[in-house]
Each structure stands twice: as structure tokens, then as C-alpha cells.
Design a protein around this ligand. Structure first.
Ligand SMILES: [Zn+2]
Length: 168
């Protein structure tokens, strides 16, 4: 989804990812918005999910309930597919098919099978914080004011941790 860029300037020799905000911010706005996800070091999140998260937090729902809703939606899809799998199998058996292997529906987290995944609430807070720091640093102050806590912005992990405490 994103390649590694190596600066050809001998004095610089920096390396960037194509999704690095410093690279993306140089694109025209319509291209900046066209990228469908926010990528992090080891993972990524669909912007649709991120905008829902942002709206949920603005409406007073913290990342923990949002995480539970995400998890429920992913698990519902998993169980719906399991029901389809079982009823197809039942229809085949009823029609007289002989099934020699013992049918086994994969576990949700089985990477060689279903490969199900939903992000943790901590991850959601981290991405949300990153989004605020990138686009709306003034929002940090508003969140801190609303929660009655003093927020010291030093652009370190302390901000993420404090936001985590405020939001959860
Ligand atoms: Zn350079």
C-alpha cells in the first residue's frame, strides 16, 4: 500500500514512507483525501472507521464503547458466515453428499483461516491522538478543558497517555 522512499540528496539520505504526513501534505488536497487509510508503524485504519471514531468522541462516546461496537460488528460478521457455512453443509448432507473430512469452521483469530481482527481501544486512542496532532492541535486544549484536566502538550507519548486517561 505504501513504498519506502530514499532521498537522493547525498547530504540528506533520509528515508520516508509514501504515507508519511510530510510527504502526503505536499500533494494537492484532492489527492491527500483520496488515500483511504491512515497507516501506522505496524498496522493501519480505514478513514471511514477513523471519521466514525472522531464523531463518536465528539458526541461524548469514548474509545472504549467504540472499540466494543467495532468488535461486535466484526464478531457478528464472523458468526453470520459461520451460520452460512453450517447451513450450506447441512443442505449438502441432506441432498445426499458424503463428506469425508470432519468440517471445521476456523477460529476468529486464526491467521491461516478466518484471519479476524479488530483494533484495541488503546490503538484507537493512539491513532486519534496522531490525527489531532497532525490536523487539529487546538482540539487537545478543548478536550482537556472539557475534562477539567490540565494538558501539557509536549508532543511525546505523555500526550497519548493523558488523552487515554481522559477519554477512557
Ligand atoms: Zn532529502
Amino acid at each position: 500500500m505504501s513504498r519506502r522512499l530514499h532521498c537522493q540528496n547525498n547530504a540528506c539520505k533520509n528515508k520516508f514512507s509514501e504515507h508519511d504526513p510530510r510527504v502526503v501534505s505536499q500533494l494537492p488536497p484532492e489527492w491527500q483525501h483520496a488515500f483511504p487509510a491512515v497507516l501506522t508503524k505496524r498496522s493501519g485504519i480505514d478513514k471511514k472507521v477513523l471519521f466514525n471514531l472522531r464523531a463518536s468522541i465528539a458526541e461524548g462516546m469514548g474509545p472504549e464503547p467504540f472499540y466494543r461496537i467495532l468488535k461486535e460488528n466484526h464478531m457478528r460478521r464472523y458468526y453470520q458466515l459461520q451460520i452460512s457455512f453450517m447451513s450450506n453443509l447441512y443442505a449438502k448432507l441432506k441432498a445426499g453428499s458424503v463428506i469425508t473430512l470432519k468440517p471445521k469452521y476456523p477460529e476468529f483469530h486464526d491467521n491461516n483461516g478466518y484471519g479476524g481482527f479488530y483494533p484495541s481501544s488503546r490503538y484507537l486512542v493512539n491513532v486519534y491522538t496522531m490525527l489531532i496532532l497532525m490536523h487539529e492541535p487546538s482540539l487537545l486544549g478543548q478536550i482537556a478543558k472539557a475534562s477539567g484536566k490540565v494538558l501539557k502538550i509536549d508532543f511525546s507519548h505523555k500526550v497519548t497517555y493523558l488523552l487515554y486517561l481522559i477519554l477512557t
